[in-house]
Write a protein that binds this ligand. Structure first.
Ligand SMILES: [Zn+2]
Length: 96
């Protein structure tokens, strides 16, 4: 969990508390994308299919996943679901 690096000095109990507070939307999105590996999703389609609260939530979670090598964000790509040219994210492979 790369977000936890830099707090090695914290006790294991406080690390657990920090982890429990972290939003799980990006984790859910990562799992969802891995199940549909290779398919590109725009924010709107993620909101509809996962589902999520709104496209802002989708955009932020995609931003977290974009930092990982298992996912790829592309501007102006064909969304696999709505066929519109959008900013999309996809899992490069199914890791589950
Ligand atoms: Zn779409």
């Amino acid at each position: 969990m790369e977000l936890l690096t830099g707090i090695e000095g914290a006790s294991s109990q406080s690390v657990v508390k920090i982890a429990a507070r972290m939003p799980t939307v990006s984790a859910r999105m990562g799992t969802f994308l891995a199940r549909h590996a290779g398919e590109r999703f725009c924010d709107e389609c993620l909101v509809r299919e996962m589902p999520l609260r709104d496209s802002e939530q989708a955009r932020r979670a995609a931003g977290v996943l974009a930092a990982r090598t298992a996912y790829r964000v592309e501007d102006d790509a064909d969304c696999s679901r709505c066929d519109r040219i959008r900013r999309t994210i996809r899992a490069l492979r199914a890791w589950l």
